[in-house]
Structure formats: structure tokens, C-alpha cells
Design a protein around this ligand. Structure first.
Ligand SMILES: O=P(O)(O)O[C@@H]1C[C@H](O)[C@@H](CO)O1
Ligand SMILES: Nc1nc2[nH]cnc2c(=O)[nH]1
Length: 291
């Protein structure tokens, strides 16, 4: 038995991940090549999936339940713009009490199902004062704040079949996909709302104090959220191509004169209003990417 504090056995083994993936595939005829993780309030993309087959997380014993409003808890298989996809309508967050490895475990399952490209979306707070609520931000890079402070998703024994012990994270967000998304956003007339920048993950569930938001800005963050980074790190570790995009649902307070405070309801409301723009970018990107 592992000693107290021994993290060597954290996470599912390689064989367990294969068997979780194989079990899920018995529920569907589809064989996805692109995995899409939908952020808070952004699951509407699933309505565009053709020939959809839906599996609820409670049909998968190893999947935790999503406990957050705006995360439905369903895997949706089918075709998006002719490409075989699997969408996660509902992701797992560290602040829900799941260990970091479990938060990102579905990414390994997706890879075991045949996924080669991961698209991650999220709702995020704008830290760059030039941003506005409703903007979209292509993720160019991230800051893994939990990782930098000892909660990296890859802590624990490493099985080289998942990826190397010491993976590079430079270039996590695929440059070709970022360029394609920029081209698409120009074509769609989204220049004025499309940004590119650095996403920083905090553990949550508290939104930032003014002092914390100022700190995040000095770190070089353009947007802040409570997800995405563990998924992207595990995907990069496993050799997947990654594209990430944030919907800026609110602007963090960098000034003590402000009286407004971010709420999850506000995040969901902006998500509801502006998710269509994000979905258009993602579906056009999937249409034009090679898989
Ligand atoms: O799943 P995402 O990252 O989109 O969810 C964001 C971050 C928190 O979970 C929540 C805050 O409202 O929205
Ligand atoms: N940490 C954080 N996460 C968010 N998710 C959506 N908006 C925010 C925000 O302002 N801060």
C-alpha cells in the first residue's frame, strides 16, 4: 500500500485508460479524431453535431460528475462540419475537489479513442485592460499557476506510454491552428473582438481580489480562469495538437474604485449571449483543419 503522501500511484494506469476508452466506444459507432472541451455555458456547439450519439457521464463509471452550472455532463459523438468529433459538455475543475490528474483524465481517454487534436474552450475574466467583455481570445500561451506552485497535473509516477517524464511545454498551442483561427475570424468579420494572449489558471473557486488581479497582470496574463491548463498540459504531454480559445465573460477589477464583482451567473449570461461567436470560430476551424 502507498505510504501517506506517496503520490506514485496517482491516476489511472495506461491499461486502465485504454479500457475506459474501449468501454466508451461500445456505446457509439463513431470514431472521433477531434476532441472539444466546452467551457462554462459554451456547450451549445453540441447542437451543431450531425448524427449525434450522446453518452451521459454517469454511464461511465470512471468519470466524475460535473457539479457546476453550465456543464451538462455529457459526451457527444458525431460529425461537426464533416469531421468526426467528441465533445465534452461539462468539464471537471480542480475547485470541485477532484485531484488534478482526474481533471485532465478525459484527455487521455480521448487520445486512447483516436483523437489527435484537442480544442479547449473556456469562459475567462479579462485581465488585459484593453480587452472588453464579449471578446474572444485565442490562447497563445498559458501560465500554469497551480503547476508552478506544486500542483502540476503530471505529478506522480510517469508512464512513458503517456509521454516523457520531463515534457517541453513551449509551443503547446499549435501555431498553424492559431493562424487558421485568425484567418477565419477576419473572414467572419470578427477582427474587432478577436484577441490573442496568455491565459492564466488559478485554482478557484474564489474570483480574484483586486490585488491578485494586479499580480496576474504583472505576470503577463491577459485572461484568467479556473480550467484548461491541466487539459492542455496532458494533451501536449501525449503529443496532441492543441487549440484553445477563451470567451471573455467579465473584466477583472484592477481598481479599488470599482464596485462590481464577478459572479458565475454573469459568466453564464455573457456565455449565453456571445457563445455563438465562439462556436462559429470553432466550427469553421474544425471544418478547415486536417485531421
Ligand atoms: O469551465 P470554464 O473554465 O469555462 O469555467 C469558468 C471558470 C469557472 O469554472 C467558472 C467561473 O464562473 O467559469
Ligand atoms: N478566475 C476567473 N475565472 C473566470 N471565469 C470566468 N470569468 C472569470 C474570472 O473573472 N476569473
Amino acid at each position: 500500500m502507498a505510504a501517506l503522501g506517496d503520490m506514485s500511484s496517482s491516476g489511472y494506469s495506461f491499461d486502465e485508460i485504454q479500457s475506459i476508452a474501449n468501454n466508451i466506444l461500445t456505446f457509439t459507432k463513431h470514431r472521433p479524431k477531434v476532441g472539444i472541451i466546452c467551457g462554462s455555458g459554451l456547450g451549445g456547439l453540441a447542437d451543431q453535431v450531425d448524427d449525434a450519439e450522446v453518452i451521459s457521464y454517469d454511464q461511465i463509471p470512471e468519470f466524475p460528475v460535473s457539479t457546476v452550472a453550465g456543464h451538462a455532463g455529457k459526451l457527444v459523438f458525431g460529425y461537426l462540419q464533416g469531421k468526426p468529433v467528441v465533445l465534452m459538455r461539462g468539464r471537471f475543475h480542480y475547485y470541485e475537489g477532484y485531484p488534478m490528474w482526474k481533471v485532465a483524465m478525459p484527455v487521455r481517454v480521448m487520445k486512447a479513442m483516436g483523437v489527435g487534436t484537442l480544442v479547449v474552450t473556456n469562459a475567462a475574466g479579462g485581465v488585459n485592460p484593453e480587452f472588453q467583455t464579449g471578446d474572444l481570445m485565442i490562447i497563445k500561451d498559458h501560465i500554469d499557476l497551480p503547476g508552478l506552485t506544486g500542483e502540476c497535473v503530471l505529478i506522480g509516477r510517469n508512464d512513458e506510454r503517456f509521454g516523457p517524464r520531463f515534457p517541453a511545454t513551449v509551443g503547446t498551442y499549435d501555431e498553424d491552428l492559431r493562424n487558421l483561427a485568425k484567418t477565419i475570424s477576419v473572414e467572419l468579420g470578427y477582427n474587432s473582438i478577436m484577441r490573442e494572449g496568455t491565459y492564466i489558471m488559478i485554482g478557484g473557486p474564489t474570483f480574484e481580489t483586486v490585488a491578485e488581479s494586479r499580480l496576474l497582470r504583472t505576470f503577463g496574463a491577459d485572461a484568467v480562469g479556473m480550467s484548461t491548463v491541466p487539459e492542455a498540459v496532458v494533451a501536449k504531454h501525449g503529443g496532441l495538437r492543441v487549440f484553445g480559445i477563451s470567451l471573455i465573460t467579465d473584466m477583472v477589477a484592477l481598481d479599488y474604485n470599482t464596485t462590481r464583482a464577478t459572479t458565475h451567473e454573469e459568466v453564464l449570461a455573457v456565455g449565453q449571449k456571445r457563445a455563438g461567436d465562439l462556436q462559429k470560430i470553432v466550427s469553421n476551424l474544425v471544418a478547415r483543419m486536417t485531421v
